[in-house]
Design a protein around this ligand. Sequence first.
Ligand code: SAH
Length: 235
Amino acid sequence: MGIGPGDPGLLAPRAKEALARAEVVFGYRTYLGLVGDLLAGKEVVPSGMREEVARARAAVARATNGARVAVLSGGDPGVYGMAAPVLEVAAAAGVPVTVVPGVTAATAAAALLGAPLGHDFAVVSLSDLLTPWPVIVKRLEAAVAADFVLVLYNPSSTKRKERWLEAVAILRAGRPAATPVGIVWDAGRSGERKVLCDLATVTAHPVDMRATVIVGNSHTYVANGVMITPRGYNW
Ligand code: SAH
């Protein structure tokens, strides 16, 4: 199940119900912390960030033994989240699973910036932990060439700062320097912060794993302090 970006108001009622029914809750520590109020009386199994497959296996094993199990993802579980690993393991074990959606970082961040996703957009994760970097570069180049608005998840981490600069170079090669860029850190969490800038100045704002970056297409503009990608009525 997805818990949304962090704000309790963005936790869907169905996710709340699923959590209320669960006997055992698996999740990354940060996500367990965000829904701490809803975990009273439940068995809670915390795990680290890179332990997704082990977490999926352990959760399915508990379900096989008859427990009602919830596995938490930040945002939406189907977007770079736990739904795929859990479904893969559960398929092999023949365990039934319900996927409960959540507000993903792309739409949570977009809402804070204005309406940057008003037309076609592409989502690319810049993390090369599970995807070879050349594949990421190819997808970025294709999305830039096709004039998609771009949503970048996992934009940078301390271990791969140069990847972020490489990605920015690809964006600058394909789009004008004045293309609007919005960055949101910690949407819906304490410390929420946002910046509107452009491709020329984007590297002045240090991004990390808590940020989502939205890069406009050739029609995106900033007015009244918000980022707008028109629906296309005037094309
Ligand atoms: N399943 C999650 C995404 C997991 S990938 C979802 O649907 O939102 C992790 C990346 O998501 C982070 O590196 C960041 O780019 C983005 N992200 C997740 N939560 C965020 C938040 N509250 N604010 C800004 N970005 C967030």
